[in-house]
Design a protein around this ligand. Structure first.
Ligand code: DQA
Length: 150
C-alpha cells in the first residue's frame, strides 16, 4: 500500500560487502540499493535512499521525509544502540518505520541487544542477512498505508 519508501542506512554500512563478511555477507551496499530500487519500481513505489556515517545528516533526512514519505526502512547501524536523537526524529515526523539489521543482534555482544528504536518500530527484522531489506519493503508495500497528505 505504501506509495513512497525511504531507505536509510547508518554508519559503516557503506562498507557492506567488504566489512566483516562472515557477519554481514559479501553483497555491497550499491547492490542492496539497486535491488531495493528495482523492487519498488516493480510495485510503482517511489524510492529514495540515504547512507550516512553522520547522525545529524540522518536526522535531517528524516525531517525532510515528513509529508513526503509513507514508510521508512532503517538500518541505523551502531546508532541503533546509542541514538535517542534518531528515535526522537522518527517519532517527531510520525512516519511508520521498520528497523532492519543484517545480523542477529541478539546473538551478538550484549551492547547490541538494546535498541532505542525497536519499541516504536512497526516491525523489527534481524538476522535474515540482506533479505531483511527485501522483506521490509514487501511488508511496507503491502501493509503500510499512505498518509493522506503524503
Ligand atoms: C547492524 C548491527 C549493529 O549492531 C551494527 O553496529 C551495525 C550493523 C546490522 O545490520 O546487523 O553496524 O545494524
Amino acid at each position: 500500500m505504501a506509495k513512497s519508501i525511504l531507505l536509510i542506512n547508518g554508519p559503516n554500512l557503506n562498507l557492506l560487502g567488504t566489512r566483516e563478511p562472515a557477519t554481514y555477507g559479501s553483497t555491497t551496499l550499491p547492490q542492496v540499493v539497486e535491488a531495493a530500487q528495482k523492487q519498488c519500481t516493480e510495485k510503482s513505489i517511489t524510492f529514495a535512499h540515504l547512507q550516512s556515517n553522520h547522525e545529524g545528516v540522518i536526522l535531517d533526512c528524516i525531517h525532510e521525509a515528513r509529508g513526503n514519505v509513507d514508510a521508512i526502512i532503517i538500518n541505523p547501524g551502531a546508532f541503533t544502540h546509542t541514538s535517542v536523537a534518531i528515535r526522537d526524529a522518527l517519532l517527531g515526523v510520525d512516519i511508520p518505520f521498520v528497523e532492519v539489521h543484517i545480523s542477529n543482534v541478539h546473538a551478538r555482544e550484549t551492547f547490541r541487544h538494546h535498541s532505542y528504536l525497536s519499541d516504536k518500530a512497526v516491525a523489527v527484522i534481524c538476522g535474515l542477512g540482506i533479505y531483511g531489506y527485501e522483506a521490509a519493503i514487501e511488508y511496507a508495500s503491502r501493509h503500510i498505508k499512505p498518509k493522506e497528505n503524503a
